[in-house]
Design a protein around this ligand. Sequence first.
Ligand SMILES: [Zn+2]
Length: 156
Amino acid sequence: MVGRGTRLAPGQENCLVLDFAGNVRRHGPIDLVRPKRPGEGGGGEAPTKVCPECDSIIALSATECPDCGYVFPAREVKIAPTAATLPVLSPKVQWLLVHGVSYSRHDKPGGLPSLKVTYSCGLKSYSEWVCFEHQGYARQKATEWWRKRAPGCPCR
Ligand SMILES: [Zn+2]
C-alpha cells in the first residue's frame, strides 16, 4: 500500500505512513521487504490447521471444517489504537567515495537525448540520466540537478 505514496511525483515531497496493524514490526522496513518469488519457499505445501472438533487437517484459510462443519471464530483483526513508531525506512544510507565522474550524451531510439553522468566508486560505477531536453517533471529534476552543481548559472 505504501507503493503509491512513495512513488516520485512532482510537488510530492513527503509521504505519511500510519501503521496501525504492526506491519513494520512484522515485515521490517518497507525498503527491505523481499516478497517471495513464484516457486520460492513453503516447499510447495499449503498452510494448514487442525480442526478442534474432529482433528481433521484442513486449509489454514478455511472458515468452516469441511468434515464436521465446525465454524472457526472470526479472525480478530488486530488494529492498534495508535500508529507504530518504528522507522518505516531502513537506516541504510551508504556513502561512497567518488573517484571520478564522466559525462556523455545518451541517445535513446525514438526518445530525446539526455546527459548520462557516471560516478566511479572504486570498482563499481553508478549512473544517472539528466533530462535537460525533456519537459515536465524530468525537466524540473534536471534543472534542480544543474542548480545544485552550478549555482547562479542559468539552465538552458
Ligand atoms: Zn472438523
